[in-house]
Design a protein around this ligand. Structure first.
Ligand code: KG4
Ligand code: ZN
Length: 307
């Protein structure tokens, strides 16, 4: 199965050429540096930049590969920033028309689940914890076509909170990778532990407020803050809550394998703790955790095989 996949749901313009569980080429142009100056993604600009980048990337692929023997084109159509999704979708359907190839619509969150399949075979039924900049979700995975949401965030997503805490600490954007590094270097920790509610939904806005208030109060009092200790305490609190909820979901769904995915799945502490939860943890390579077109291609391949 040879697939050209397109992903533009957020701030990465990504295209991948895929064949039989292997990536022939993936090209991603990240807009992070542009949006960093505003401290977060500006949706209108994100779509305009996708519109500029997509033809540049396609030209590169056309110079290197013959795309006339594709089986189909796959494109992310939900969820995401509406303008950004439209750019990818219009481009994919235009290309499909020009090459006379079918176009398949792919759900971005489902693709985050199947990103693990570059390295692992999913043993069904599976349970997936997907943690990204926009979502924190637990999914029951019976097959590529039977994926059911068990619980999700009621307010801020985990990645969003990493980014907001990093902003309050003035350590850059996106915050996840920086906080991950700072926590690893910490010599002490500040306790921000959460009360865990026994249900499968998530709420991180209380934790966000607690950490940000701590930073602001310390500054107002003229106290020196230990940024690494704050990063560690915050990261431990969020990971502990994610693990509590995942354990609860394991008790409920009794999966044969558990899958981790989404941008926050690049986090060292989360990867380490997730691996301890079950005898069959499926953790994707870091390069397939943050947004990429390769995962869109593999999801589309698995869906096609089901037909
Ligand atoms: O899945 P993703 O690439 O984009 C969305 O679909 O949202 O996730 C991006 C999120 C950002 O919030 C970023 O801070 C977070 O993933 N992230 C991390 C790490 N690397 C990226 N969070 C914690 N630790 C990391 N190492
Ligand atoms: Zn994502």
């Amino acid at each position: 199965m040879k697939i050209l996949a397109i992903e533009t749901s957020h701030d990465d313009t990504s295209v991948a050429l895929y064949q039989d569980r292997k990536i022939i080429k993936e090209k991603t142009i990240s807009q992070t540096k542009f949006h960093a100056q505003f401290g977060g993604t500006l949706p209108e600009f994100a779509s305009r930049i996708h519109a500029e980048n997509l033809p540049i990337i396609l030209d590169e692929f056309l110079k290197e590969f013959d795309l006339t023997d594709l089986d189909h084109i796959a494109v992310t159509t939900e969820p995401g920033l509406i303008g950004s999704l439209h750019m990818g979708k219009l481009f994919a359907y235009g290309l499909g028309f020009a090459l006379n190839k079918p176009v398949k619509n792919i759900n971005h969150m489902h693709a985050h689940i199947y990103a693990t399949c570059f390295n692992h075979d999913i043993i069904y039924p599976a349970l997936a914890l997907i943690v990204s900049g926009g979502h924190t979700q637990l999914w029951d995975v019976q097959s590529p076509k039977k994926i059911t949401l068990l619980g999700q965030t009621k307010d801020d997503a985990a990645g969003e909170v990493f980014d907001k805490v990093a902003r309050a600490l003035e350590v850059g954007f996106p915050g996840g990778p920086v906080i991950d590094k700072m926590a690893a270097e910490a010599t002490s920790s500040i306790d921000f532990s959460l009360q865990h509610e026994r249900n499968l939904d998530f709420s991180f806005s209380g934790l966000k407020t607690k950490v940000i208030n701590y930073i602001h109060n310390s500054k107002q009092k003229g106290l020196e803050v230990d940024k690494n200790a704050i990063a560690k305490g915050f990261q431990d609190a969020i990971v502990e809550n994610l693990m509590f909820k995942t354990k609860l979901a394991i008790e409920f769904a009794k999966p044969k394998s558990i899958i981790l995915g989404g941008g926050v799945a690049a986090n060292s502490k989360l990867r380490e703790e997730f691996a301890k939860l079950h005898e069959c943890p499926l953790i994707p390579e870091r390069k397939y955790t943050t947004d990429n077109a390769s995962m869109i291609a593999i999801m589309s391949d698995y869906l096609s095989r089901e037909q």
